[in-house]
Design a protein around this ligand. Sequence first.
Ligand code: SF4
Length: 340
Amino acid sequence: MSDNNLDIENIRREWRDRLLILGHHYQSPDVLRHADVIGDSLELARKAAASNAERILFCGVHFMAESADILTTPAQSVYMPEPGAGCPMASMADDTQVEKAWTFLNQQGDAWLPIVYVNSTARIKAFCGRAGGSACTSSNAPKVFQWALDQKKKIFFLPDIHLGINSAHDLGIPDEHTAIYDYQKPNGGLTPEALKNVRVLVWGGYCPIHVNFTVADVQAARASWPEARIIVHPETPKEIVRMVDAHGSTAQIIKYVQAAPAGSTIVIGTESQLVKRLAEEHKGRLTIKMLKGSFCPNMAKTNEQNLVRILRDWPDRNCIRVPSLLIPDARLCLERMLAL
Ligand code: SF4
């Protein structure tokens, strides 16, 4: 056992239940072996909200730790082993641009509701809460979309273009009723006429890890393993999602693998750490292949070295504090999702 491993476990024992370590599925096994809870964004948000721990150590990326801070009390503190671990997709929706887009949409006379993917900053969640909208994760996006549609509202979804388009399609909304808001163009590159038939408008952000997968990768996988079933994450472009056997969030991919008959082959298109771990866990029962290697470098910024460092010293720079002015609206946005 390494020195770091021993130190981490000794410190954890001293803290007992005053400390909760949360680990996202995309973390490395070295980090996850120290986590009290391993989960996707939704499960970890629920655990943070339900916890009484004095300190929550979030092994994931920045927006996840922000959500934990929003959902916990002022007496609790949220830390990250590496606060520089951000999410490029979350950075693609800037609150000033989003407010401008919202003003433009509301000038067109239709009733809109924003839905934000949890992979967004606290500022964007606060905007959404103020505007009556809800957060969603890749596990519950279609359910949250349905909640908005039941209110007879048009959906303004951000920041992930692909999760937005794939979720609308899952609900049977034809592509001609979805449109893209290109945040690099004035008014998203849209005219009032173009918006008339739109039921779901999606911000043009994306996850660099999941847009790596291509039609050619699927064709190559089918040629190499003709008997395999292929599943991808819904942050993957629609052309790929519509040619594979299944798509689902991290939690849904895990369930798909667990339910697969012994002896089968499954090809998975998502972040590579998760695929490697599933292959290891199901070795001998299933053959699990990567659609293509695609690591998230930001998730990889957390490691055993910075985990042990924070547990020893708790430096203030590692404490994630969402400005108190944003918290009530951002909390509303997250709580609407958790209540659905
Ligand atoms: S995998 Fe994609 S969405 Fe998740 S943290 Fe990395 S860049 Fe962001």
